[in-house]
Design a protein around this ligand. Structure first.
Ligand SMILES: Nc1ncnc2c1ncn2[C@@H]1O[C@H](COP(=O)(O)OP(=O)(O)OP(=O)(O)O)[C@@H](O)[C@H]1O
Ligand SMILES: [Mg+2]
Length: 253
């Protein structure tokens, strides 16, 4: 591949598995031999922290967005590359508000390094803020994790609305890679009925793969590894591998 496919993992609802998906899918794609870069675009810096990088580094996405640095790339010992975030990242949003072309800063930063990777995955914050708009503007497609829980679909209308506006105004080529059901437990009637509703509503836009509830996903965070390297045989690792296969097939890779 001569330039990376850029995918944002976005949903303004909190705690639905955005970070777990960015890290798990990244690990799965990397294990299949693809060159992967993960970008932490969330001021909570969960992705940075969950892969064992410090949130107090001098060079993070924040400095790059402010135009002080190029994108800083940290190398994880398992082989994945990461652009870390810091807790100041949320402040960057306020500082960038008056910048011309404020929604396209990340896109411009990614162009020179795009040829070095096969996939660039961006972990978005739980908001529809300037960082999320930058991620959507920089991306070829979006993965939208939806937790298989009560009120899962709440807020989806708003998200779809924002995606439509980004397509009209900033990035006409933006696609939906897929809606991903997460933390799914097939033994629970509620989860089954949420999955059915999501599938009936979004039809072909829903991934066939669902990410099951799996303790290894939560544990891998404290082990500072992706679930694939932490517990390759776990359901969590297997599900993200299946998701990677679905995406690879979709792009004919
Ligand atoms: N499939 C899963 N099985 C079990 N636990 C999971 C699974 N996916 C995510 N988790 C756990 O659920 C919590 C929320 O997941 P995660 O941090 O990925 O969500 P998020 O959407 O990134 O949250 P935020 O909106 O705060 O950024 C985390 O503690 C994570 O370890
Ligand atoms: Mg997160």
């Amino acid at each position: 591949m001569n330039k990376a496919i850029i995918i944002s993992v976005a949903n303004h609802k909190g705690g639905v598995g955005k970070t777990a998906t960015t890290v798990g899918l990244g690990g799965a794609l990397q294990s299949k031999g693809f060159r992967v870069l993960l970008i932490d675009a969330d001021g909570q810096a969960n992705l940075t922290d969950s892969l064992g990088f410090s949130m107090d580094m001098d060079k993070t996405l924040y400095e790059a967005l402010k135009g002080k640095e190029e994108l800083p790339i940290c190398k994880h010992e398992d082989g994945i590359d990461v652009v870390p975030a810091c807790l100041d990242l949320s402040a960057a949003e306020a500082e960038l508000m008056n910048e011309p072309g404020r929604e396209t800063i990340l896109s411009s930063l990614l162009q020179p390094i795009r040829k070095n990777y096969d996939f660039i995955l961006i972990d978005c914050p739980p908001s529809l803020s300037l960082l999320t708009l930058n991620a959507m503007t920089a991306s070829d497609s979006l993965i939208i994790p939806v937790q298989a829980e009560y009120l899962a679909m709440r807020g989806m209308g708003k998200l779809v609305n924002v995606i439509d506006k980004v397509k009209k105004r900033l990035n006409p080529n933006l696609k939906i890679e897929g809606i991903l059901l997460t933390m799914y437990d097939g033994r629970k009637n509620l989860h089954q009925s949420v999955a059915e509703t999501v599938q009936e509503t979004f039809k072909d836009d829903v991934f066939a793969t669902m990410i099951r509830t799996n303790v290894a996903i939560a544990e891998s965070t404290s082990a500072k590894q992706d679930v694939f390297h932490y517990a390759p045989k776990s359901n969590g690792a297997q599900d993200y591998l299946k998701l990677a296969d679905e995406i690879i097939a979709h792009h004919n890779l």
